[in-house]
Structure formats: C-alpha cells, structure tokens
Write a protein that binds this ligand. Sequence first.
Ligand code: SF4
Ligand code: SF4
Length: 366
Amino acid sequence: MEYRTLPHGGEQISVIGLGMGSIHNASPSEIADTVRAAMDAGVNYLDFAPSDAAAFEPYARALRGRRDKVMLQVHLGADYSSGQYGWAIRNPKLAIAQFEKRLQGLGTDYADFGFIHCIDEDDDFDAVMNGPLWEYAERRREDGTIRHLGFSTHNAAIARRFLATGKMDMGMFSLNPMYDYTDESAYGQGSANDRATLYREFEAAGVGISVMKPFAGGQLLDAAASPFGAALTRIQCLQYALDKPGVLTVLPGVRGLADLEDILRFADATADARDYSVIGSFAKPADTGRCVYCNHCQPCPEGIAIGLANKYYDLANMGDEMAAWHYRELSRHAGDCIQCGHCDARCPFGVAQSARMEEIAAYFGE
Ligand code: SF4
Ligand code: SF4
C-alpha cells in the first residue's frame, strides 16, 4: 500500500480508503470481515457515512482494539435516527447529537476528521458556517475531539468557499473522468478546465482531497451506462483520481469482500493496467490540450518525468512554493528536453508537450 502525507498534520494516509455507501449489501459478519481485511492490507482511512445504520455495529466490532491504527471521517450532518441515512445539515441539534452517537457507538472519544457533511448550495453553506454546527465543530477541534476539520461537497464553487475559510485540512469531493469531462451528472458540473484548476487550489491550500464516487456509481465500469460508450476499469479510475493534484486517497464504496479484493488489486497493477489515456479520445476538443499528468507519453529519451514536471509547473504558477521546490528536486528538468517530439506524437490529450517544456524551462529560468 502506498501512503500520502496529510499536509496539515503529517499523517500518512493510504491511497486506497474505504467508502461505506454500499456496504449494507453485505451481512454484518461480512462487513466486519471486509473492514478487517482492508486494515490487514494496509488501508487506514475509512469513511463513516453508510446508507444504513446497520453497518455501524460490525464496523465498530472490526475496529475494536485497532481504533488507533485507522483514521475515520465522521460526518456532521448525517442522520441515522430512522435507521437509514438522512441529511441533517439544516438541523444542527440533530446533527450534533448524531455525531456524538457515532463516536459513542465506536467506543472512541475522537474523530480523526470531522466533516461538515454534503453541502452543495450557497444558502446551506451560509447557514452552517454562520451557525451552531460550525461553532460546535470548531469547539471540538479545539478540545481535540475532532483532530482535523473537513467537508464534503459535489460542487466546485462550494469547495472553493470551504477552502477560503482557511480552516480545512481535507475535503471529500466527487471526482472521476465522467464528472470532469461531461455535465451528465448533477454531481459533476463545470468545465474540465475549471475542475482541474480546483484540484490545484486544494493542493496549493494544503487541503487534501478524499475522493468519492471514483467510478461514478459504477457507470464508468459499464460501456452501456457510460456517457463515453466504453467501459473503464476500476484500476484506471483509481489511477486517474490519484494523478490529480491534491488527492490523497480514493474511497470506493465496496459491497463486501469481493469488491474489496478487486480494489486492492490496484496495489500490484502494472503501468499498462493503470494507463487511462484512452480518456483523451473521449474528451471534447475544447477540453483537451491541457496536460493531465497521465504519463502516457513516456518514455522520454531524456528521462524527464513529464507528468510530474507539468504538475509542479501548474502548481508553481498558482503560487505553490512547495511545488517549485519539488520541481527543482527532479533529477531531470524541462531544460533537458531535446525537442524530439516523442511526447507530442504520443499524447492522447492533444498536448503540445515539447512546446510546454520550453515554457516550463523559461518559467523556472533554466
Ligand atoms: S503530455 Fe499528454 S500523455 Fe504526457 S502526461 Fe501530459 S497529458 Fe499525459
Ligand atoms: S520532446 Fe522533450 S520532453 Fe518530450 S519526449 Fe522528447 S525530450 Fe522528452
């Protein structure tokens, strides 16, 4: 398992996490076994917002004695008083009571991440961030009950409002090729360019992204259901999300042990299996010409890490000084480019990469 560092805090977070949205399909004993098997495989980041309250007990059972080995996203605004998931962001009293019940049920006195849950509209953002729920979250952050504050949203504009508070350490955001390149879903509106910029804003702000809906609810895995008319694999979708700036972990919603096994194959997947560059042929021409850091254009005869050099350049351009430092630490730089044109010919996203190399070299003054 690969781990990435939380910028505010330094915790090591597994790149594969566990979503809970579909786990209620399994029996209680399989739920507990799934959580244990995930932890055994090195997964240490778990979401804690299932569709059904029945999943809490087996989760708690699986975590017994291992609570300190994992990090949990516990949501402020998810309500299970009916037994099913409900949205309680407009009822702060209920949201707080439910949050505390989640911790009691786990037999723990802290949440690694306390998430303001699923806000997609400005009115809700204004009400929550100027009301008792946010006051409570900040108070719990101060007394250590919440170790990191975070949020979840499907809306890029709302994500930006959360980033602007300067209080957030992690944001859960819906991210996949379908949401980035089409407006087919209400969960993924906005242009590909704007969404790409948003991911860079997360990284520049030091706020991690925990990815929800990496397979667009399974739509991307099925050629008949995908707006692209072709199926992608889970491994391609995971790599796609993990290549985006800011992304620390991807949380697929597993339905049990078989799904978990599928997801964990990512760890040993070859570069070919991870290659998602076919997406370049799905994208509208207006959404291409921009490097997505996929590295399909490798190998570069000069050994330049093309995807990384581009990612650091884009981030440095936004004022991210760490990115500029990372760029300088690369063993080969854009100035080493010999303009062979191999990357131009290979790029499925229509990027004039050799020209980009000149631009990058000029920016960093080499
Ligand atoms: S130039 Fe094209 S192929 Fe190379 S990393 Fe960028 S998007 Fe991928
Ligand atoms: S054009 Fe430059 S960056 Fe692209 S493959 Fe050739 S040497 Fe590498």
